[in-house]
Design a protein around this ligand. Structure first.
Ligand SMILES: Cc1cc2nc3c(=O)[nH]c(=O)nc-3n(C[C@H](O)[C@H](O)[C@H](O)COP(=O)(O)OP(=O)(O)OC[C@H]3O[C@@H](n4cnc5c(N)ncnc54)[C@H](O)[C@@H]3O)c2cc1C
Length: 342
């Protein structure tokens, strides 16, 4: 079925919740497990079944990997046109999958790629789309989603007033992948698609090398982030020593990057990277909203600041009010001793 073809006026909605498997290089990406954690929770609340949809070409290893998780089935959607990303082919393929399945919902991680084709898909299916979901609650048997708006300055509660299917995108880091139930053995079903008539309007020419060299802080388990409280560039070594002792990545607030004390790919926040490590150390960072939006999904936050009223303490699990030049070296020493290197 092509994009733009008439859609059913009434959907005969099934009990399925589909989710898009994120993958690359023959392996799943961590976002897959975040999305699975989200749909598993939703399916449990609403008594639905979870199906993983793998889109691409030569995707057997990816299908096998997700089929070993707790899902009802894996749908393998394989075609040469899906080898590299192209919004026309991706949305056409998904249309051909979603229309006959008539699922309750189709969920995916909120990435630059999905946000590129999701509005087109929603329009082609004539269904509602709630993007950038950070949590949800069930009210009267129906989900009410919280989504971020204005770069996380506000949160809005949104629900669908139209009948399903619904399209849902989840904010990265909002549903920890660790919560996904991974034990299972699901069958892999081939779902053929016909993309022959899809117009070839856009093509990926190359991946620019510079992107490959960027530090991907979104995968870091521990981050030691420094802010303007560090005072001068030479003082960065105080934080770098703590990071080395912990095996952590170094991050920074924007002023540190603007002053070129650390490269741009270390910046965390609304105009930098979004991270969700297990532990986040905020050292001499005040906690401006533009910084908080980039790190608020960290599992555990330790803030060190000499100002007891610094907003960072509002999102900290553990706050140390004090001079970072006293606190951080003491912490580094304690970590080294704990690891037997002190
Ligand atoms: C459009 C836009 C986008 C932005 N994007 C980002 C972004 O992506 N990321 C980002 O971080 N910011 C961003 N900002 C900037 C943001 O608004 C703040 O200005 C910035 O986060 C402040 O950085 P900071 O906390 O390091 O510095 P400050 O706000 O100056 O805070 C320094 C902190 O260090 C503490 N301190 C000082 N000395 C010590 C000491 N010896 N020991 C302990 N504590 C000490 C102080 O009490 C203070 O709380 C953006 C702003 C705009 C307008």
């Amino acid at each position: 079925m092509q994009l733009g073809a008439p859609h059913p006026e009434r959907w005969n909605v099934s009990d399925l919740i589909l989710f898009l498997v994120e993958h690359g290089g023959g392996r799943t990406r961590p976002l897959t497990w975040e999305c699975l954690a989200f749909v598993q929770g939703l399916a449990l609340e609403l008594s639905r079944k979870v199906i993983g949809v793998v889109l691409g070409n030569n995707i057997d290893s990816v299908c096998a990997e997700v089929a070993a998780a707790k899902v009802q089935e894996i749908w393998k959607v394989s075609a040469p046109e899906l080898e590299t990303y192209n919004p026309d082919c991706f949305s056409a393929a998904l249309c051909q999958i979603i229309k006959p399945a008539e699922p309750y919902a189709f969920a995916f991680a909120h990435t630059y790629r999905t946000i590129d084709f999701a509005p087109k898909l929603a329009a082609a299916l004539n269904v509602g789309f709630i993007s950038d979901i950070t949590r949800y609650r069930i009210d009267g048997g129906r989900p009410v989603f919280t989504k971020s708006v204005f770069h996380d300055k506000l949160a809005a509660e949104v629900s669908f007033c139209a009948a399903p299917p619904h399209l849902l995108s989840i904010q990265i880091g909002s549903f920890p992948g660790d919560a996904a139930q991974r034990e299972g053995r699901a069958p892999v079903q081939e779902k053929p698609v016909n993309l022959a008539g899809v117009p070839d309007r856009r093509r990926m020419l190359q991946i620019i090398q510079a992107m490959k060299n960027q530090v991907d802080l979104s995968r870091a388990q521990i981050i030691v982030a420094v802010g303007r409280g560090i005072g001068k560039q030479e003082n960065l070594k105080v934080a770098q020593e703590l990071a080395a002792a912990l095996g952590a990545e170094i991050g920074a607030s924007r002023p540190i990057v603007d002053m070129e004390w650390l490269p741009r790919d270390r910046q965390i926040g609304s105009s930098g990277q979004t991270v969700a490590p297990r532990v986040y150390f905020a050292i001499g960072i005040s906690g401006a909203i533009q910084h908080i939006v980039g790190m608020k999904n960290s599992a555990f936050v330790v803030a060190i600041n000499k100002d007891p009223n610094a907003p960072i303490f509002k999102v900290a699990n553990y706050g140390i009010v004090g001079d970072l030049f006293e606190v951080v070296p003491a912490l580094t020493q304690a970590v080294k001793q704990q690891k037997g290197n002190g």
